[in-house]
Design a protein around this ligand. Structure first.
Ligand SMILES: [Zn+2]
Ligand SMILES: [Zn+2]
Length: 194
């Protein structure tokens, strides 16, 4: 048996009698009921709005995911501090400050594109700290490149006219003219003969 609840009084009424029930029991409300039924009929319209809202939400989610993926792969560059200490005749040889900043200590400009207004490999003081300060993390900067910027032989064979006789990186002996990829916190020690 097909019954429906009257929207006004809640009484279960046979479907075919509902109209009659409304007109008979709730004559004043009959008009507004049919309006409500119109509203009920417009539910699919609401539903399609919901679908559209879901579509917009989905798009938004995609945009958010896209932006975060882009942010994650965005290259923030590097700012590392390996240290170069040089010994000449058993005494410390001072690595000058402002290598890669002072024009007289900035001889090679082939890496300038990676720097931020100065060479991507530079010094700010005489501590031997090399600042590897570049707008990309996708390039392996090397000791030989630093020497070239400084204006010393880029094969690492000599500094200031003194032959390099020993090269260690973090305590490990290297071939004297072997190049070294610069890393943060690295300790590079060069020994020069008189
Ligand atoms: Zn720095
Ligand atoms: Zn710097």
């Amino acid at each position: 048996m097909d019954t429906e609840k009257c929207l006004v009084c809640g009484t279960s009424v046979k479907k075919e009698n509902l109209k009659g029930h409304l007109e008979r029991v709730h004559p004043k409300r009959a008009g507004s009921i049919s309006e409500r039924q119109l509203v009920v009929k417009s539910v699919p319209v609401f539903r399609s709005h919901k679908k559209r809202n879901f579509a917009i939400l989905g798009l938004l989610a995609l945009v958010v995911i896209g932006v975060s993926v882009a942010a994650a792969s965005y290259d923030r560059g590097i700012h590392w501090h390996p240290n170069l200490s040089v010994t000449l005749n058993g005494s410390p040889y001072t690595v000058p400050k402002d290598i890669g900043i002072d024009p007289s200590l900035w001889k090679d400009h082939s890496l300038d594109q990676y720097g931020e207004g100065m060479a991507p490999l530079h010094t700010h003081d005489t501590s031997g700290t090399i600042h590897v300060e570049a707008r990309t993390s996708h390039y392996d900067f090397t000791l030989h490149e630093f020497l070239a910027i400084w204006g010393e032989p880029s094969d690492g064979s000599a500094i200031d006219g003194h032959r390099v006789t020993s090269l260690t990186v973090d305590g490990v002996q290297q071939a004297t003219t072997g190049d070294v990829v610069l890393k943060d916190g690295q300790k590079i020690i060069m020994t020069l003969s008189p």
